[in-house]
Ligand binder design. Structure first.
Ligand SMILES: *Cc1c(COP(=O)(O)O)cnc(C)c1O
Length: 246
């Protein structure tokens, strides 16, 4: 075996071990919450890590991946496709600037971070352009990111503005309203944050029953998120290890 194959095997073993550990944590959290483990999807977050790692995760059974920066994602997806022909889902989980909406519409199955009407319209326009260029044939699934502490500088729409934004997304043919996303504000107890998020999600679903996804929980707080109804945990560090040096 070449040195490269040895390194690849070692990395595959490491990822397999980490994945199994995270899946075990998720299953235990679901059990503790009285929920079936199949209720919660694990979305590995591959930002900062190379396409070769995504290929290994694919070989280990993963079919959806989270990325947080458009340029990094586009380059990684192109490289990934040289190794894997099967379609997989790419999720945009990071803050999205309007001028990147067109590019994201080329590759995103789901955008977790929609937080304004302007971004909604830019994304819808981007999807239409992607239809015209035959780069995609189905709507982008949109999760609304809500700001729990009202500090919208860090991303997220104010809770009071959620209903209007939900109506805007639901009314756009190029978008599909999938649910809600939230991140605990700095310094908050995770349970306090996820409890509020769950209440907002319940209210959203009264008006939009189809918005069933609740994207909540990361490496450090996924147990708390599962307790409060998360259906999708976005896990970077616990699956991938600490960030590689640039
Ligand atoms: C990076 C990132 C994650 C993953 O965070 P970890 O703590 O590494 O699991 C989840 N959600 C968002 C929005 C992120 O940017």
């Amino acid at each position: 075996m070449s040195e490269r194959d040895v390194a690849r095997d070692a990395r595959r073993d490491e990822l397999a071990e980490r994945l199994a550990a995270v899946r075990a944590r998720l299953a235990a959290a679901a059990r503790a919450a009285g929920r079936p483990p199949s209720d919660v999807v694990l979305l590995p977050v591959t930002k900062f890590f190379p396409a070769s790692d995504v290929v290994l995760l694919y070989e280990l059974g993963c079919r959806a991946f989270g990325e947080s920066r458009e340029q990094e994602a586009s380059a990684k997806i192109a490289e990934f496709r040289e190794s894997v022909a099967d379609p997989v889902q790419w999720h945009m989980i990071g803050r999205l600037q309007r001028n990147k909406a067109r590019a994201v519409a080329r590759w995103a199955h789901t955008v977790h971070s929609v937080d304004s009407a302007k971004l909604t319209r830019a994304l819808a326009t981007g999807v239409r352009a992607a239809y015209d260029a035959q780069e995609r044939s189905d709507p982008v699934r949109v999760l609304l990111q809500v700001s729990l502490d009202g500090d919208t500088q860090r991303g997220g729409v104010l809770a009071a503005e959620l209903p209007l934004l939900a109506a805007e997304v639901a009314g756009a043919e190029e978008l599909e309203l999938g649910g809600l996303m939230g991140v605990p504000p700095l310094g908050w107890e995770p349970d306090r944050a996820f409890e509020q998020l769950a209440a907002l999600h319940e209210r959203l679903r009264e008006e939009h029953p189809e918005a069933s996804e609740l994207s909540a929980g990361m490496s450090g707080d996924l147990e708390h998120a599962v307790r409060w109804g998360s259906t999708c945990v976005r896990v970077g560090t616990a699956v991938m290890g600490s960030r590689p040096l640039a």
